[in-house]
Write a protein that binds this ligand. Structure first.
Ligand code: OGA
Ligand code: NI
Length: 356
C-alpha cells in the first residue's frame, strides 16, 4: 500500500479496505476497562508558596513518578481561553480537505507539518491518526515557522501563529514549574532540572483520531514511552489515553480544565532511572473523533543528558550512558520505531557504536 491508500482509509470512515495495515495483534490491544487512579494535583498551594502545600504536592508527584509516571494538574496557570482558542484552530485544520492539509505535508527531517498514520515510514501496525507538529526554540524563530502557518491557515495566519507561540510559552513555563517539583521530589536542588531546561525547546504535536469502524482491531497510538523529557497533554472530552499500570491498560479520564503530565525517557535518564517514563498508548472509538494537544519539553541541543551525582551511588550505578537529545531523536527517526523499550535499546546501540 502506498501512503495515499492509508490516508484514504483514514479519511473515509466507511471504507473498510486496507484495514489490515492498521491491525494490531490482540496481545497489544487488550483493554481492562478500568480507569487509572492517578493523582489530580492542585498547583494553587505550590504557586502560593505555602510550605505545607509544597510538601504535599512533592509527595504526590513522587508517588506517581515511582509508579506509572503520570498525574493531572489543575490550577496550572495556563489560560483556558488560550487552550480553547488553539483547540479551535486545531479542529479547523483537521477539518480541511485532504489537499489543503497535504500542502504542509511534513518532510523527512523536519519538525514541522502534517502527517498521517506514519505511512511514509511503516507499512504494518499503522496508528489510526492524523498529526501535525511544530517546534518552538528558545533561541528564536524557526525558518519553517512562517511558511507553515501561512500555508496551513491562510490570511489570518499571523494571529494564529501568535496564539500557538503563546500556548507553547505557557506550557514551557508550566513544565519548568514541574521541573522544580520533580527536583525537590528526588531530593536534588530544586533548581537543578529547572535550570537545565530553561533554554530547552518545545515541540507541539496535535493528534486527531478519526472514528473507526473496527476500534478493537487497531490503536490510535501504539504502546510507547515518550522519548522527550516531559509531556503535557490536553485531551478533549472524548477518552482514549491509556496507561500501563500493574500490567493492565487503564484509561486516563478526561477532566475539564485539567492537564495530563507524564515523564518521558529523557527525564528518566536524568533521574538515573529512579523515575521511569510513563508507558502509554491511545485507543480509538466507533462514533467520535478525538483531538489531543501534546506539548513535549526537550533539552537544548548541546546539553549532555546525565543524572546529578547524588542519584548515582555504588548501590545505584549509572543506568544509561551520557547522550544528547538530538542523537536520541535521530535514533528514533532512522533506526528504531518508538515503543516501550526505546531508551534501553538506544543505550545498547550507543554503547555498541561508541569509538573504543
Ligand atoms: C503522543 C501520545 C496520546 C494521546 O502523541 O505521544 O502519546 O492521547 N498521545 O493522544
Ligand atoms: Ni506519547
Amino acid at each position: 500500500m502506498d501512503s495515499n491508500d492509508a490516508i484514504n482509509t483514514l479519511l473515509n470512515p466507511n471504507l473498510s479496505k486496507n484495514l489490515e495495515k492498521f491491525t494490531w495483534p490482540k496481545e497489544e490491544n487488550n483493554s481492562s476497562n478500568q480507569d487509572l487512579n492517578e493523582p489530580i494535583i492542585d498547583l494553587e498551594g505550590f504557586h502560593g508558596g505555602s510550605a505545607t502545600e509544597t510538601a504535599r504536592t512533592t509527595e504526590l508527584v513522587r508517588a506517581a513518578c515511582l509508579g506509572h509516571g503520570l498525574f493531572q494538574v489543575i490550577n496550572h496557570g495556563v489560560d483556558l481561553e488560550l487552550i480553547n482558542s488553539v483547540n479551535g484552530q486545531v479542529n479547523f485544520f483537521f477539518n480541511l480537505p485532504k489537499e489543503a492539509k497535504m500542502r504542509v505535508h511534513r518532510l523527512p527531517g523536519s519538525f514541522w507539518g502534517y502527517s498521517f498514520a506514519h505511512a511514509d515510514r511503516f507499512s504494518l501496525k499503522l496508528p489510526w491518526k492524523e498529526i501535525f507538529s511544530c517546534i518552538f526554540r528558545e533561541d528564536g524563530h524557526d525558518s519553517e515557522e512562517n511558511h507553515f502557518f501561512e500555508s496551513a491557515f491562510g490570511q489570518e495566519f499571523e494571529k494564529i501563529r501568535l496564539d500557538f507561540q503563546k500556548y507553547s510559552h505557557a506550557m514551557k513555563k508550566l513544565s519548568l514549574t514541574i521541573m522544580e517539583i520533580l527536583g525537590m521530589s528526588l531530593g536534588v536542588d530544586k533548581l537543578h532540572y529547572k535550570d537545565f531546561f530553561e533554554d530547552g525547546s518545545s515541540i507541539l504535536r496535535f493528534n486527531f483520531y478519526p472514528p473507526c469502524q473496527e476500534p478493537d482491531q487497531t490503536l490510535g497510538t501504539g504502546p510507547h514511552c515518550d522519548p522527550t523529557a516531559l509531556t503535557i497533554l490536553y485531551q478533549d472530552q472524548v477518552a482514549g489515553l491509556e496507561v500501563l499500570a500493574d500490567g493492565l491498560w487503564k484509561s486516563v479520564r478526561p477532566r475539564p480544565g485539567a492537564l495530563v503530565i507524564n515523564l518521558g525517557d529523557t527525564f528518566s535518564a536524568l533521574a538515573n532511572g529512579v523515575y521511569k517514563s510513563c508507558p502509554h498508548r491511545a485507543v480509538v472509538n466507533k462514533s467520535m473523533g478525538r483531538v489531543s494537544m501534546v506539548y513535549f519539553l526537550l533539552p537544548a541541543e548541546e546539553k549532555v543528558i546525565k543524572p546529578p551525582n547524588n542519584l548515582v551511588s555504588s548501590e545505584r550505578l549509572r543506568q544509561y550512558p551520557d547522550f544528547k537529545w538530538l542523537d536520541f531523536h535521530n535514533f528514533t527517526q532512522n533506526h528504531y520505531r518508538v515503543d516501550l523499550a526505546t531508551l534501553q535499546n538506544f543505550s545498547k546501540w550507543l554503547i555498541s557504536h561508541q569509538p573504543t
